[in-house]
Ligand binder design. Structure first.
Ligand code: GLU
Length: 292
């Protein structure tokens, strides 16, 4: 066993589609090739966005594609105490603050201007909690395994929300706390999250957490030119074995791996065995977007 630990962390807002398969498959292969562990974490922090049954469908889809995870599935809905502890520490460090402003109030600005940094502007109103992106680690630099050197000034990205006014936890804080708690050493996910990474790196730095390595993957664009997503009603991955086999083969090709043509109809375990033995992330062309 190596020190490698990867994860796939879907938001269960709907079933997996071809775009999410790319992220799941790449993180799985990267872990298996390294002889590491691969975990699944269901990021269900936003219940209104997560229809009943969607998480179970996702797990059944992963199984149908042979993407068997290690250990128990982690759920975020019961992790509020851990996120609360992290927010308290950030607040004590002066790196998180309550904010009463509404989006409408700052709609003429490219990002939230930080009006509540020195005290809540409208005391008594519900507050969100934001990160002080102008303090702490700045600039944020890291080396993405596919896209190379990255350099961001988080102050230009703005004070991201860590906890929402309705009391729900925001993705940035939850992902950092759980990646650290689960000992994740490698994050493999879609290019749409690359520009979220600076906030996550800032949070890791502020909380004294280890930094995973990052590999962002080209996003798959549908025939209509739109990113494949649940919002665009990208078709759900099937569970029927014959279709699963050919879609898995297509996903390997989309990741610029070169599976033999005859593997197209092979059982998923056979395809995955070949693919983990031959996984070569350097083959992936570093494009932000990619046609389906
Ligand atoms: N939950 C996020 C999503 O489904 C992914 C989180 C991550 O991989 O960091 O888009």
């Amino acid at each position: 066993m190596t020190g490698y630990r990867g994860r796939f962390a879907p938001t269960p807002s709907g079933p997996l589609h071809f775009g999410s398969l790319i992220a799941a498959l790449a993180s799985f292969l990267d872990a298996r090739r390294a002889g590491g562990e691969w975990l699944v974490r269901i990021e269900d922090i936003d219940p209104p966005r997560c229809p009943a049954g969607a998480a179970d469908t996702i797990l059944r889809q992963l199984e149908a594609f042979g993407l068997h995870w290690d250990g128990a599935v982690r759920w975020q809905h019961d992790r509020g105490d851990a996120y609360g502890d992290a927010l308290e520490r950030l607040t004590a460090l002066g790196l998180a603050y309550p904010c009463s402003c509404s989006r409408k109030q700052w709609r003429d600005f490219p990002r939230y201007p930080g009006w509540c940094r020195d005290g809540v502007r409208e005391p008594g109103k519900p507050v969100a909690w934001r990160l002080r992106s102008d303090l702490g680690l700045r600039p944020v630099t890291w080396r993405d395994r596919l896209f190379g050197e990255q350099r961001f000034d988080p102050a230009e990205l703005g004070d991201v929300v860590l906890k929402r006014k309705d009391g729900l936890w925001a993705y940035q804080l939850a992902v950092v706390v759980d990646d650290a708690e689960q000992g994740i050493s490698e994050v493999v996910r879609g290019f749409d999250l690359l520009d979220n990474t600076p906030w996550q790196r800032q949070l890791q730095h502020a909380l004294g957490l280890p930094e995973p390595r990052y590999l962002h993957l080209p996003l798959i664009i549908g025939r209509d030119g739109q990113k494949l997503s649940k919002q665009n009603l990208a078709p759900a991955l099937p569970l029927e074995d014959e279709m699963v086999r050919s879609i898995l083969h297509r996903a390997l090709v989309a990741l610029d791996q070169v599976p033999p043509a005859e593997l197209r109809t092979a059982p998923v375990d056979e395809q995955l065995a070949w693919a983990s033995d031959h996984w070569e992330p350097r083959r992936i062309r570093p494009e932000a977007h990619r046609r389906e």
